[in-house]
Ligand binder design. Sequence first.
Ligand code: GAR
Length: 201
Amino acid sequence: MLSVAVLISGGGSNLRALLDAAADPGFPARVVVVGADREADGLAHAEEFGIPSFTVPYTRYATREDWGAEVAAQLDVWQPDLVVLSGLMRLLPAQVVARYAPRIINTHPAYLPEFPGAHGVRDALAAGVDQTGASVIVVDDGVDTGPVIAQERVPVLPGDDEHTLHERIKPIERRLLIDVVRRVATGELDLAAAALGEPAP
Ligand code: GAR
């Protein structure tokens, strides 16, 4: 059984979907802990499912590295096999990435490498593209620059705003995330190979 830690900043709808999937006894992974960089609304999902959680408020630390060291210390308590960044709106410092790589993945609401960063949906709309997407990547030291392990296109519809487009992307993200976690758990997807740039099966 693959043990998964999930880090969030916001409402945690992707976290929720993973918790729902993992509640099925046939699903090969379990969420063992949920962490946040602030008092995120999504922590309520962990509570509802009886999953332990921790908060390491980013603003209470002098440097990103100090904050990251505490996040890593909290994660280490649970020895997760996989760390999922699911709407964590902070860049993990390099020493934390190095500690868990290649067992850290991130969901992103765009078709990477298009529109990386904190405003993937807004940036796609501003660029006037007629399609964007959803991606799951292996985290590296850059901003959404790691190897893509799953992605799918999502059309931009006339009249879309950031909210409507993001709400259409999120269900795709959830499906991709759950499928990636399942494939990592079964060994079908080898993150070490993916991190070396080998194409995902
Ligand atoms: C998701 O769309 C996730 O991909 C995005 O934040 C949203 C979180 O939603 N993450 C990023 O943009 C990271 N660059 P949720 O809190 O409802 O799961």
